[in-house]
Write a protein that binds this ligand. Structure first.
Ligand code: MG
Ligand code: MG
Length: 241
């Protein structure tokens, strides 16, 4: 899990270096795929339920599951979400970041920061004996406290030999409710946060999810392991990011 996580995190770092005005989302996808394969791993998403690329790349009001395309060229002011998975020696890593292309609005910066903060608020509640609802409610509190909304239709998940395993890890919930957490659990915690309403819809391409009201959205995800000594974040390569 640690090795798969490290490769996943490094693929995101490599992608970040290529994010700039004029780059297509397909070019970013190619960079990610090449890096993962160079490490002897496989892109977890390529072919998953028929997904045609190695990374999900979603821009502005696209929330998640954007399909990389030669026609999608990044512009100054865009907010781009890159979601990557790497499968290595039988295990998956799953991680996402939101990146500003050049100068973005103050609101966009606040959204990106809040989404990251909410992940760490959730992680602070990951303790043996706590419950999944403690994690979700911590994320929700952080997001709503900043005046943003949490997407409810898509949620985090267990991760390990399979990309998506039980339990469900919603980014909302009630303290003291849900599955009890214990050492050995490996989870993908991934708040998706909208400036406007939480409502989203899927495009006719069968993948891309957008905000219903066209508002900006951000995503932040890491794979974490709850051990007897506490939480280890397997995909966090750059501690500041
Ligand atoms: Mg992901
Ligand atoms: Mg995930």
């Amino acid at each position: 899990m640690m090795e798969a996580g490290r490769i996943t995190g490094e693929a995101l770092l490599v992608a970040r270096e290529h994010v700039r005005e004029g780059v297509s989302t397909k070019e970013l996808d190619t960079v990610i795929r090449n890096y993962i394969e160079k490490c002897g791993a496989k892109p977890s998403f390529l072919g998953y339920a028929g997904f045609p690329a190695s990374a999900c790349i979603s821009v502005n009001d696209e929330v998640i599951h954007g399909i990389p395309s030669k026609k999608r060229i990044l512009c100054e002011g865009d907010v781009v979400k890159i979601d990557v998975g790497a499968f290595y020696k039988g295990f998956h890593g799953d991680s996402a970041r939101t990146i500003a292309v050049g100068n973005v609005s103050e609101e966009a910066l606040r959204l990106i920061k809040t989404t990251r903060d909410s992940f760490f608020a959730g992680v602070a509640a990951v303790k043996t004996g706590n419950r999944i609802g403690d994690v979700g409610s911590a994320i929700q509190e952080c997001v709503e406290g900043a005046g943003f909304s949490v997407v409810r239709r898509y949620i985090g998940h267990g991760v390990g030999h399979e990309l998506h395993e039980s339990p469900d890890v919603p980014n909302f919930g009630t303290k003291g409710r849900g599955v009890r957490l214990c050492a050995g659990m490996t989870l993908a915690i991934e708040p998706m946060v909208n400036v406007g309403s939480e409502e989203v819809y899927e495009l006719p391409d069968g993948w891309t999810v957008k905000t219903r009201d066209g508002s900006l959205s951000a995503h932040y995800e890491n794979t974490i392991a709850l051990t007897s000594e506490g939480v280890v974040i397997t995909t966090l390569v750059d501690k500041e990011w």
